[in-house]
Design a protein around this ligand. Structure first.
Ligand SMILES: *Cc1c(COP(=O)(O)O)cnc(C)c1O
Length: 243
């Protein structure tokens, strides 16, 4: 399958998942996760129309980011220039925030106030606001990053001190399951947590978004309300299987 065929296939499955629960497919954004693939493959993804790109480490993304900034320019935005829109989806060390802010439009892994402070400091020096997802470890798996659901209120209130951060939603990773149906409670819990935060007014602006669902479980995540799915293997593939 070519990348364009993979993309068409994913879009069909997204549309079907939406139809099952009465959602409009335009509510679901796809982030093409390019962390497993080369610059060339990433260029193919752009040529196929995948403008939202996800990476989880600056060191690994650096070469691709620089080459594509040369080719397309920086600062892709939702409603503007045709340049890649980068999403930082990996866990972020506080001292690495300065590498990511200004290069990645979105950060999906905000999970603690010291990191918020570092993002805010760099963003305000650049005169920008960074839309961020708060990463929550709903499943409680030790290997997963993110704060516990109990910690959300405190983080939300603390973020009011960092106006260069715009909290836009919650993000989670479900445990890998053979049967994706088993991930449903994790996604449902994230949606309920977001709705609860909105009802209680923890954030200055209600959170509209949920970043959840990967290759193995994106359809279940969409049925539970995902507004962004992060797709690597199924969409752009992995370099070793492409050779
Ligand atoms: C790698 C990664 C993905 C994509 O994983 P696939 O299963 O290949 O789709 C999504 N989200 C995060 C946070 C990742 O690190």
């Amino acid at each position: 399958m070519t990348l364009a065929e993979r993309k068409a296939d994913v879009e069909l499955r997204i549309a079907e998942a939406c139809r099952r629960v009465g959602r409009d497919p335009s509510e679901v954004g796809v982030i093409a996760v390019t962390k497993y693939v080369s610059l060339e493959r990433t260029q193919e993804a752009l040529a196929a129309g995948c403008w939202h790109l996800g990476e989880n480490r600056w060191q690994d993304a650096r070469e691709k980011w620089l080459a594509l900034a040369d080719e397309y320019g920086e600062g892709g935005s939702e409603n503007g220039s045709k340049a890649p829109i980068w999403h930082f989806i990996g866990s972020l060390q506080t001292n690495k925030a300065k590498d990511v802010v200004g290069r990645f439009t979105y950060i999906h892994s905000l999970d603690r106030l010291p990191l918020a402070e570092a993002i805010h400091r760099k963003a305000s020096s650049l005169g920008i606001t960074v839309p961020c997802f708060i990463q929550v470890n709903v499943s409680g798996e030790e290997s997963k990053h993110g704060l516990t659901p109990d910690g959300l209120q405190e983080l939300a209130l603390g973020l009011r001190d960092y106006p260069s951060i715009q909290p836009i939603g919650l993000m989670t990773m479900a445990p890998h399951e053979e049967d994706p149906e088993l991930t449903r409670p994790v996604f449902r819990r994230l949606r309920e947590l977001r709705d609860e935060a909105n009802r209680l007014g923890w954030f200055l602006e209600p959170l509209a978004e949920l970043s959840m669902g990967m290759s193995n479980d994106f359809e279940v995540a969409i049925e539970e309300g995902a507004t962004r799915v992060r797709l690597g293997t199924i969409l752009v593939g992995k370099e070793e299987e492409l050779m």
